[in-house]
Design a protein around this ligand. Sequence first.
Ligand code: GLU
Length: 432
Amino acid sequence: MASQRTNPPETERTAEEAPESESALGTARRQLRRAADHLDINPNVIERLKHPNQVHEVTVPIERDDGTVEVFTGYRAQHDSVRGPFKGGLRFHPDVTRDECVGLGMWMTWKCAVMDIPFGGAKGGIAVNPKELSTTEKERLTRRFAQELRDVIGPNRDIPAPDMGTDSQTMSWLMDAYSMQEGETIPGVVTGKPTVIGGSEGRQEAPGRSVAIITREACEYHDIPLDEATVAVQGYGSVGANAARLLDTWGATVVVISDVNGAMYDPSGIDTASVPAHDEQPEVVAERADEVISNAELLELNVDILVPSAIGNVITESNADAIRADLVVEGANGPTTPAADEMLAAADIPVIPDILANAGGVTVSYFEWLQDINRRSWSLEQVQDELESEMKSAWDAVRTEYERRDVSWREATYIVALTRTADAYRSRGLWP
Ligand code: GLU
């Protein structure tokens, strides 16, 4: 029973006052405060948005294949639902904590608002290393987690999706467990499902596709010709691999890609389609490389565009001054710490934030939810066309604030998201 982790809640004070807090919650609160400084928003609304609506902590016991019972801790942090049902992923990862879920849930609120889709924000997960579980153990864990969360999720209440360590199979088990208990098939309770049970075409590649679309727009804005640009992509999962492949197709030269074991470096350009993404064959990127460099070296290469798409907190105070890219586009959630963000701003390196760049994932989740509740599926072409147009609208809204207020891309993105959220609060009012 060694795997139970019950990390105590990080207080607001420690999250905000640590000089270089690397917690998602600390970062999310700092970013909220910075954006709020630019806006004339009721301080009570800002105060409210610093906190989640509620955080559900559940105990998830499972029987291991050897007959022993192991107990894990799961969370669902529901940050805000003023614009619609809570929405966001579930991660299975050893580092999952209550506060990480709150911070990531807060980012989902902004992500949905900046995309102007009618959802709020949530995030959850289980503190577990999924690599140490068999498929049947993962299934038992997921079904039990679904049962523990049954009262607080639902197609009109809170709609989970895949995140780190979970995938379409996880969503399938979750949907099945929920539906069995409710006595009817309810596909809209989760997104990111396989297409045979109501998943959407194009959902899997959507976060990477949006990263590529936003990179293309940002390159145009900053006069970086995409077909002459060199690109470094950290992480080769659904975000990194799809972004790399699309940018490659659009004429950019992807010179480095990586997985957890290291990076494949080829200054003449990598044929990205020939390297399996994590879901096709996990952890073979470094293995297949002629020249391997470390993930840390990848970040410091002299490329035009850097796309960190693996995990959070990789660009920090200690390496930000070594970043030589002309443009950073955040594929992962929270790859840049606040101190690093300031250092990149001082060095005049634009950083396009995660809540805009990778928002294609939740946007196609919204399309999936629409297809589920309407019982009508869309073609891949329709999904891609709608995603393209949603991403361009969000980009235009953010660019308008960027130009008007002379702020960073992150601040401009937060300004759009926060204004929409605050407007919804103003319209609905506080009850009673
Ligand atoms: N986990 C993804 C994200 O961080 C997708 C969430 C969703 O589709 O609800 O954006």
